[in-house]
Design a protein around this ligand. Sequence first.
Ligand code: COA
Length: 254
Amino acid sequence: MTDLLTDTADGITTLTLNRVAKKNSFTTAMYAAMADVLDQAQTDAAVRVLVIQGHETIFSAGNDIADFLQSPPTTLEAPVFRFMRAISSFTKPIVATVCGPAVGIGTTMLFHCDLVYAGDNAAFSMPFVNLGVCPEAASSLLAPLRMGYGRAAEALLLGEPFMAEAALEMGLISRIVPPTEANALAQRQAQKLAVKPMASLLATKRLMKQGQASLVAERMAEEGTLFGRMLAEPAAREAFSAFMEKRKPDFSAL
Ligand code: COA
C-alpha cells in the first residue's frame, strides 16, 4: 500500500505515513495495514525496534473523516480498534517522530510510544468533543496521568491544540528538533536500541507499563464502544458533515 511505507533493516521496522495530500489521515485500510505491520513486528524475532514517522510538514490529521462516515467502526473488531490494541500492547520499543499537526489518534497513539521526537512545528490536538465523539486509545486515562488533569481538561474538553514546547514540558515527547532532523534522529536512537540486550529492553518496558496495562485495555474497550455509538449521533454527524462541506459546525440545537 502506498499510503503506508514499511521497511525493515538491521532489526528496525520503520513505518512511514505517506498520504500527505490528505494530511496523512487514516483510512480503514491503513488501520488494517498498520495493525498487520505491528503484529508482524511483534512476532518476528528479527525485529527489535519499531519506528513510526510522518512527513516534515504533517504527522497525521487523524481519522479520515470521509472514510469514517462511509464505514464507521461499529464493533471493537474494526481495524481502528485492532490498531489501537496492537500499538498499546506492543512489547518492543517504539520510537516516533512528529512534525506538523498530530490530530486525534495522531496524538493519542503517542501515549503508546516510548521515545517521541517532535519537530518544532509539531502541533498536538485531541478535538474529540469538537467532533461530537469521545476520547479514544485510552487517552481519557493516559492524558490526565501524563499531562496532569488541568492540562488534559484543556486538551480534551476544549480540544485546544498544544505545541511541542508544552508537550515536552508534560513529558509526552522526549526532545524537540528541527523538522528536517527528526526522522534521522529517530533512526539513530532506534539503532542504539537495536543493539541493546533484547530481554532487558522487553523487561524494562513491561515493568514501566505493567501498572497500567489492564486499565488501558479496559478503558480502550469502554471508549471504543462509546465512540462507535456517538459516531451515529447527531453531534458527530453535524461535525463530520461540516468538515466535508468546509463550514463551521452548528451544535446550537444539540
Ligand atoms: N479526513 C479526511 N480528509 C482530510 C482530513 C481528515 N481528517 N484532514 C485533512 N483532510 C484533507 C482535506 O479535506 C483536504 O482535502 P482536499 O485537498 O481534497 O480539499 C486536504 O486533506 C488538505 O487539508 P487542509 O485542511 O486543506 O490542510 P491544512 O494544512 O489547511 O490543515 C489540518 C491541516 C490537519 C490542520 C486540517 O486538515 C484539519 O484540521 N483536519 C481535520 C482534523 C480532524 O478533525 N481529524 C479528525 C480527528 S478524529
